[in-house]
Write a protein that binds this ligand. Structure first.
Ligand code: COA
Length: 338
């Protein structure tokens, strides 16, 4: 019997739609002033954040992810049944298992899709983009939903002023489809891990090492623990190094980019990276003032902001870059195709 092998393909993937969702409730710097010893000026100067959106009790990551996915599909005029794969980047899954992607598949009614979660913290979205792109490039699939979603408020200690000012809840989804003949789409990816940085940013309990117990709750080990300065230094260095590395191996410089869409962790990290890349500020997308750090949600949320503000045009070269817990590092180079 002769084998009937599927032909190899050389097609690239492109983003064909973006949808986002943030919960309506706002937590402003003025609200935080009443909760911890902080003030609007300190938060604004050190982080650039003014307000963040938080879920109400009972609303989970899968709810945000599903809303973002619905918006994304509606913009493209695609029915949920047509989606083939759902990848959810998150560090705040609804529960340890089943995967949030399974919950989204059900809520969305994406009856033809398989999927899984990807854990890479703030670099989760660029990581998931590459995985999704490869599923398209291989010819295996034609419609892949890549979602970055986190409910950070579920793992934040709102008595710890060093972390509670930073994070917010939110989700963004993009649809990946094969490029048409003359299109370029997702061009290249740059990913790194430095696992020695795990100690600087983590949630110590709730996994197999420290399962939930009265003790872990008393020690506040189910919250984000962070060495802010260590994270800051690594982020400033690696956002720039990964971006420069990705640009230079594609023969590009920052000045040739139409838009730089960075992870929104701290406005000072973004500005330092843009400065090192020689990016004019009008091409740097910043919305951290409105959403804070939504972890895997920041890049698609910022992509949507850029679209709403008319700052992304067909043919623009776009760079995405992120650094997160792990440490993880992720950057994507693409040509905007719609
Ligand atoms: N309000 C007022 N003062 C605060 C404060 C707050 N919310 N949080 C910390 N402080 C105080 C500190 O206690 C310290 O006081 P001291 O000098 O009396 O000891 C002072 O402000 C400076 O603290 P420091 O930690 O040096 O501030 P910083 O400039 O490094 O800013 C972060 C702190 C957390 C904003 C910054 O380190 C950061 O953004 N790190 C990266 C975090 C991140 O991106 N995490 C997500 C990973 S993607």
């Amino acid at each position: 019997m002769s084998l009937q092998l599927k032909p190899r393909t050389t097609v690239r993937a492109k983003i064909t739609s973006v949808g986002t969702y943030v919960p309506p409730r706002l937590l402003t710097n003025a609200d935080l002033e009443k909760m911890v010893d902080t003030n609007d000026q300190w938060i604004t100067e050190r982080t650039g954040i003014k307000e963040r959106h938080l879920v109400d009790k009972g609303v989970a990551t899968s709810d945000l992810a599903t809303e973002a996915a619905r918006a994304c599909l509606a913009k493209r005029g695609i029915q949920p049944e047509e989606v083939e794969v759902i990848i959810v980047a998150t560090v705040t899954p609804d529960m340890m298992f089943p995967a949030t992607a399974c919950l989204v598949q059900n809520k969305l009614g994406a009856t033809g899709a398989w999927g899984f979660d990807l854990s890479a913290a703030c670099s989760g979205f660029p990581y998931a983009l590459q995985v999704g792109a490869k599923l398209i490039e291989s010819g295996a699939h034609k419609k892949v939903l890549v979602i970055g979603a986190d409910v950070m408020s579920s793992i934040i200690d709102y008595t710890d002023r060093t972390t509670c000012i930073i994070f917010g809840d939110g989700a963004g989804a993009v649809l990946l489809e094969p490029c048409e003949d003359d299109e370029v789409g997702l061009i290249d990816f740059w990913h790194e891990v430095d696992g020695s940085g795990g100690v600087s940013l983590n949630m110590p309990a709730g996994g197999s090492l420290n399962p939930a117990s009265h003790e872990t709750v008393d020690h506040k080990d189910h919250f984000v623990h962070q060495d802010g300065q260590a994270v800051y230094k690594f982020a400033v260095r690696k956002m720039a190094e990964s971006s420069e590395g990705l640009l230079s191996r594609n023969g590009l410089t920052g000045s040739e980019l139409g838009a730089f869409i960075p992870h929104q962790a701290n406005k000072r990290i973004i500005l330092a990276t843009a400065d090192r890349l020689g990016m004019p500020l009008d091409r740097v997308v910043i919305n951290i003032d409105r959403f804070g750090n939504t972890t895997a949600g920041t890049i698609p949320l910022a992509m949507n902001t850029a679209l709403e503000e008319g700052r992304l045009k067909k043919g623009d070269l776009v760079l995405l870059a992120a650094v997160g817990a792990g440490f993880t590092v992720g950057a994507t180079l693409l040509r905007w195709e719609f």
